[in-house]
Design a protein around this ligand. Structure first.
Ligand code: PMP
Length: 406
């Protein structure tokens, strides 16, 4: 479908909302995106016509729901270009996907003195699970630094890979700085030393193309709710060889083959990692979100968000006393900034009065803030439905903030 911003906006009913009598301007897409009508309707339809637990029933409803659920798995497989849908595990989000790998793979690979390598710009979700497993296994977490612009330098990264490194866990795009990391090159460098790589793609899905085969990553994680899908839907892609060698993360129904008091054998992939009743309606909603995104050319979406980034960066840079954190050459549509002498919370509160929703704080990336010796930032993050006009209003809003607090 041609990229028509006015038509695209009409798919998102929430954009009609008013905040304080001002039209809603939603710039908090890195926290969660808004949902198009077809995603909302998919959930309603499921509960109206198909609601049933999946996989276990012989009756029509269960078979219908199961078919829709498994068709979504195939959609996800195609969306990320996985080799097989057995490599697509449904989770409730990026956090759960990473915890699954940290526990199951960490348990298998890590021994005392080993190292897990992460970057200094990770979200807490890609730090804390590794810290926890390292503590348990007496292993160490090593950190890849980034420069003032928010870039990882490959020459600095390379020597950190050594014979003790057992896992590299890295964000595709930083939620705090917007940096798009050179993950393909970093994966290749890790693989030269046989180190498996997990990519946290929470900020990438629906913004840039994801091709897990081209990247050659061993694991890729993302959340549906940041890509126009419902809360509680998420994906863990894992290469079959790894998923097969890993033990399940949680036990329960659905993940088993046979159970006796003495012994349990596990179900085949991917069900081995999907214990209990999943968020069926959210996963079906994620299928609808993928259909929505696929109606457009992903390159057009990327181009639109790049234009917003360029326009927004230039406009904000002209504001006196405003400093942008994260000025990497390769960036996605995220701008983190501070206004001289103004606390981000105060700026965010005034912008909210004007109907402009931005995020303030450390963005679950406290080490990033520590790196710059700041308590937090104001973060503006774009999605498919944002416009230049909204950025103009943000600039006006920041002027008001400065007049009131500067
Ligand atoms: N990683 C990154 C880079 C993120 O931006 C987020 C969400 N802010 C997460 C992980 C965690 O995602 P979720 O809360 O959906 O599990």
């Amino acid at each position: 479908m041609p990229f028509d911003i006015n038509k695209i906006r009409k798919h998102f009913p929430i954009l009609e909302e008013k905040i304080n009598n001002n039209s809603l301007i939603y710039f908090d897409n890195a926290a969660t995106s808004q949902k198009p009508l077809q995603v909302i309707e998919r959930i309603i339809d499921y509960y109206k016509k198909e609601n049933c637990n999946i996989h276990r029933g012989v009756h029509t409803l269960s078979q219908k729901a199961t078919r829709a659920f498994e068709e979504t798995r195939v959609k996800v497989k195609e969306f990320i270009n996985a080799e097989s849908s057995h490599e697509v595990v449904f989770t409730k989000g990026t956090t759960e996907s990473i915890n699954l790998v940290a526990n199951s793979l960490g348990e298998k690979l890590l021994q005392e003195g080993d190292e897990v390598l992460v970057s200094a710009m990770e979200h807490h979700s890609n730090l804390v699970p590794w810290q926890m497993v390292c503590k348990k296994k007496k292993a160490h977490m090593k950190v890849i630094p980034f420069n003032d612009k928010g870039e990882i330098i490959l020459e600095v990264f390379k020597p950190l890979l050594n014979s003790r490194t057992k896992i590299l866990a890295l964000s595709h795009i930083s939620n705090a700085l917007g940096t798009i990391n050179p993950v393909k090159e970093m994966i290749a460098m890790a693989h030269e030393k046989d180190i498996p790589v997990l990519i946290d793609g929470a900020q990438a899905a629906a913004h840039i193309e994801i091709d897990v085969q081209a990247l050659d990553c061993d694991f890729y994680c993302f959340s549906g709710h940041k890509m126009y899908a419902p809360m509680g839907s998420g994906v863990l892609f894992g290469k079959q060889e790894f998923l097969e060698m890993m033990e399940p993360y949680q036990g329960g129904g659905e993940m088993v083959d046979t159970v006796t008091f003495e012994e349990t054998t596990y179900n085949e992939l991917p069900f081995k990692f999907e214990a209990g009743t999943p968020n069926v309606e959210s996963i079906l909603g994620m299928g609808a979100a993928i259909d929505f995104v696929r109606e457009y050319d992903l390159h057009e979406i990327r181009k639109h968000e790049e234009e917003l980034l360029k326009y927004g960066t230039e406009a904000l840079s002209r504001i006196e006393g405003l400093k942008i954190y994260g000025t990497a050459k390769e960036k996605s549509g995220i701008i983190s900034f501070l206004l001289d002498g103004i606390h981000p919370y105060d700026a965010g509160t005034i912008l909210d009065q004007l109907g402009i929703e931005v995020r303030t704080g450390h963005h679950c990336a406290q080490p990033v803030m520590d790196r710059y010796l700041i308590p937090g930032t104001v973060r503006v993050s774009f999605a498919i439905y944002n416009t230049m006009k909204e950025i103009d209003k943000l600039v006006g809003g920041l002027d008001t903030v400065k007049k009131m607090l500067g």
